[in-house]
Design a protein around this ligand. Structure first.
Ligand code: ASC
Length: 130
């Protein structure tokens, strides 16, 4: 539970920030921008698997207009659609975990691309632009 609506905003933004940091580290290796290091990929994957769940616990009622939020009203007015987008991320993260376990960089690259698409799809529909 969050004491103030702005605490929920800070929590979900912190979660997304950590997810973005660790996803970028993994994705840069998957896409070949930096040398592929299987151990580092696994470490980043473990963080992503945990933190990707956390922000979605913090879109609580009453935090739609809290200080600092970049969430659009659609998060609360279209909850089924938002849940679907969150579930899509979880599904793609699950596939990425399987690919990482396989150890095949090409599979990790493809699965990471799909995770990035699910990030983008949610931003397009549920996050303020700019
Ligand atoms: C990232 C990140 C996102 C997504 C998105 C993909 O690394 O921080 O929000 O990928 O840019 O299009």
């Amino acid at each position: 539970a969050f004491k103030r609506p702005s605490d929920a905003v800070e929590y979900r933004q912190a979660g997304f920030e950590l997810m973005a940091t660790h996803f970028k580290r993994l994705n840069d290796m998957a896409q070949g921008k930096v040398p592929y290091d299987a151990k580092a990929v696994e470490e980043n994957m473990a963080v992503i698997a945990v933190v990707s769940k956390l922000p979605f616990t913090a879109f609580v009622p009453g935090s739609d207009k809290a200080k600092g939020t970049e969430a659009l009203p659609e998060v609360w007015s279209q909850p089924a659609k938002f849940q679907e987008a969150a579930d899509k991320l979880q599904a793609e993260v699950g596939k990425l975990q399987a690919a990482v376990k396989s150890g095949k960089q090409e599979d990790v690259k493809i699965a990471a691309g799909a995770v990035g698409q699910s990030c983008k799809a949610c931003h397009d529909n549920f996050k303020q632009k700019g």
